[in-house]
Design a protein around this ligand. Structure first.
Ligand SMILES: [Mn+2]
Length: 386
């Protein structure tokens, strides 16, 4: 039959630190290189190609040139939108890529009674079905109703951007029961940034780790090459771009911590590595801001480290000096909404995450105010069902 790549969660434009964003892109480039060199028959991208529905012009330019390379190698690319590149208004830059002839969005369904019937995109002997991801796992309820419009004799691929129960682990989120899904020969999944396989359900992992924790856990990005000629042979392809060095350092005295961390760094070879500093401990003296991270970074740079990332999540302050430590801003939002919803129960609360998301749209450079307002209003109306 054929060999194809299963890529997911590329998150182009995802890191706010430029050198890390650069690595994310290099990793994607490397994946495309491998697809071309391996002369694959086609490529699947199971959602979150972009980190946002409105990527920057810089990111778009680079992305288009990679898709152009695929096209020139005659390798078609089939995609679905993920939770990140999904937009409530229904318009995304994936449409632009598609219109330019660089990929085919395989999302194609019709509502019939209480079911969602998916129509296949047929390519050679393959029938490719897809349903996009949504924000906050909202796709799960819909996925419980999907059926496939039959394609006899073909190799069926179902592309989904969601959480399946078998892969959920201890995550406190809704998950799709794999038994409820129609039968397919391969499930090309995306959304969870893990390298996971259960029967023919596969999460290939992100093309590049997306945050501190993922760098620690995964070290590098990955994707899969599936060979349907040899009994569905799966090969995991690791995208090694830079070495990751993790240092776990326990601190009690913040006043001497800077020196302590630097002396730990002195013992290691830092050249061209991503350095992950995980600082933990119960502070007895000083506070987090007494640790001079800038000085630490300068030291690492002199040793030619590629980039330093720090995490002080497990650094606890003395009770008497408790101050609000602003960690992950996303968690703070979630936490606030949870507490608010508990105190003010209402059906409306379910809409808050979606509204927050749509109202955080940014006006694009040169975008006319009226166009921007319409974009904002369209999204809001859809959520409020006006
Ligand atoms: Mn993702």
């Amino acid at each position: 039959m054929a060999r194809f790549a299963h890529i997911s969660d590329v998150h182009l434009g995802g890191w706010k630190q430029q050198p890390m964003q650069e690595l994310n892109f290099q990793s994607f480039k490397k994946a495309i290189d491998i697809c071309i060199k391996s002369k694959l028959d086609f490529v699947l991208i199971a959602g979150d190609l972009f980190d946002s529905a409105y990527p920057s012009i810089e990111i778009l330019k680079e992305t288009f040139s990679e898709f152009k390379r695929l096209k020139e190698a005659n390798i078609p690319c089939f995609i679905i939108a993920g939770s990140h590149d999904y937009s409530v208004s229904g318009k995304t830059f994936l449409d632009v890529l598609e219109k330019a002839g660089f990929c085919k969005n395989v999302e194609d369904f019709e509502k019939r009674d209480d079911s969602l019937i998916l129509n296949p995109t047929v390519y050679k002997g393959f029938a490719i079905y897809g349903y996009p991801g949504r924000k906050s796992g909202l796709e799960i309820e819909e996925l419980r109703k999907i059926k496939l419009n039959d394609s006899p004799g073909m190799f069926k691929i179902l592309m989904l951007h969601t959480t399946i129960d078998k892969a959920r682990g201890t995550l406190p989120v809704d998950a799709l029961e794999v038994e409820s899904l129609p039968s397919a020969d391969y499930y090309a999944l995306g959304h969870l940034h893990i390298d996971f396989q259960y029967q023919n359900f596969v999460y290939p992992g992100p093309v590049f780790p997306n945050n501190f924790q993922e760098l620690e856990d995964l070290k590098s990005g990955s994707f899969y090459i599936v060979d349907t000629e040899v009994e569905n042979t799966l090969a995991k392809i690791e995208l090694k771009i830079k070495e990751v060095l993790t240092l776990n350092i326990e601190i009690k005295n913040a006043l001497t911590a800077t020196q302590k961390i630097i002396s730990e760094l002195e013992k290691k070879e830092l050249e061209d590595k991503i350095i992950l500093l995980r600082i933990s401990g119960q502070l007895e003296k000083g506070k987090t801001s007494d640790i001079k991270f800038q000085q630490i970074e300068e030291f690492a740079k002199k040793q030619n480290a590629y980039f330093v990332l720090k995490n002080t999540h497990d650094l606890k302050l003395k009770e008497s000096e408790m101050e609000i430590e602003i960690g992950d801003s996303e968690n703070i939002e979630e936490e606030t909404m949870k507490i608010y919803s508990e105190q003010n129960p209402s059906e409306f609360n379910k809409l808050i995450p979606q509204l927050l998301n749509v109202l955080s749209l940014e006006k694009q450079e040169d975008e006319k105010s009226e166009v921007f307002i319409n974009r904002l209003m369209d999204g809001t109306k859809k959520i409020l069902k006006f």
